[in-house]
Design a protein around this ligand. Structure first.
Ligand code: SAM
Length: 285
């Protein structure tokens, strides 16, 4: 392991991940950075103020949220120009992940200042790590649109994606979103919901969509709280003109006995692969 950064480098913007429910998940490095910077820029100063108070951290705070982020960029750049350091936090988890901060980080980097990540909790990473879903490829989609039509359109666009799909969802929409998922992805698509991660009522439950919806409908308590929804990717269908190993073997055997056109024609009848595609394969070999 290389040498750890222990003290803040001045001036810089620190992007600090905070807990998603369990305060013990705030890292010692995050505590140190939050306690050392000149200013903490928080999505909600009252909410983050309580977190800082819990760790006995006294810090000057300003708000940076969706509605004032662009104006706040100017102010934060001024602080950086004066040689100060700033920590950016959101209400929970990693800033910028379905949270404010993108415009600020971009502006600070463009102005030539350092942006330093202080990693930690992120709800979808925690959910994926414990879900048993394929994690080699995944697509994080954040929140689906709130309105039914737009939500179904978005799901339609994702229907054939072969990788694990990850969504954030709230207690208000979990039932409707899962119903739309069943309508679009089909009753058999396997889904895991990760609810209230790191909190008292943490639940990670997976089933085919039809079963999952029944399970959720049967217990109103399971509809409460914060959710990550992980959807198994669509099965990969071989492209129509793809030649698998078996088709290739048949083609080669026939080509040993017949002229290319005839071999391709017969192989097409046997394998279902297009004749022209097989012929092209033969003349390319
Ligand atoms: N920045 C956060 C992160 O790094 O995960 C996400 C913020 S986003 C505004 C809030 C959403 O994240 C919630 O509606 C829920 O979908 C998900 N989330 C946050 N905390 C969670 C938890 N403890 N368990 C499950 N999902 C959670």
């Amino acid at each position: 392991m290389s040498e750890a950064i222990t003290r803040p480098v001045f001036p810089a913007l620190y992007v600090v991940a905070t807990p998603i429910g369990n305060l013990a998940d705030l890292s010692p490095r995050a505590v140190e950075v939050l306690g050392t910077v000149d200013l903490v820029a928080a999505e909600d100063t009252r909410h983050s103020g309580r977190l800082l108070a819990h760790f006995n951290i006294k810090a000057a705070m300003i708000s940076v949220h969706d509605h004032n982020e662009r104006q706040r960029c100017e102010l934060i750049l001024k602080h950086l120009q004066q040689g100060e350091s700033i920590a950016l936090v959101s209400d929970a988890g990693t800033p910028l992940i379905s949270d404010p901060g993108y415009a600020l980080v971009k502006a600070v980097r463009e102005a030539g200042f350092q942006v330093v990540p202080v990693p930690g909790c992120c709800a979808f990473v925690a959910a994926l790590s414990a879900s048993g879903m394929p994690s080699d490829r995944f697509q994080f989609e954040g929140f689906l649109p709130a309105k039914g039509n737009a939500r179904r359109q978005r799901l339609e666009a994702l229907k054939d994606a072969p990788m694990t799909l990850i969504f954030y969802e709230s207690t208000h929409r979990i039932v409707d979103s899962l119903a739309d998922m069943e309508a679009v992805f089909g009753a058999q698509r396997y889904v895991v919901i990760a609810r209230e991660l790191t909190k008292t009522f943490e639940t990670i439950h997976g089933d085919a969509l039809s079963g999952l919806r029944q399970w959720l409908a049967a217990d109103a308590n399971q509809q409460k709280g914060e959710f990550v929804v992980l959807v198994q990717g669509a099965p990969e269908v071989a492209a129509a003109d793809e030649i698998d190993a078996q088709a290739l073997r048949i083609l080669k055997l026939l080509a040993e006995e017949l002229p290319p056109k005839q071999a391709a024609g017969l192989a097409a009848k046997i394998t279902g692969v297009k004749k022209n595609r097989l012929y092209q394969q033969l003349i390319a070999d």
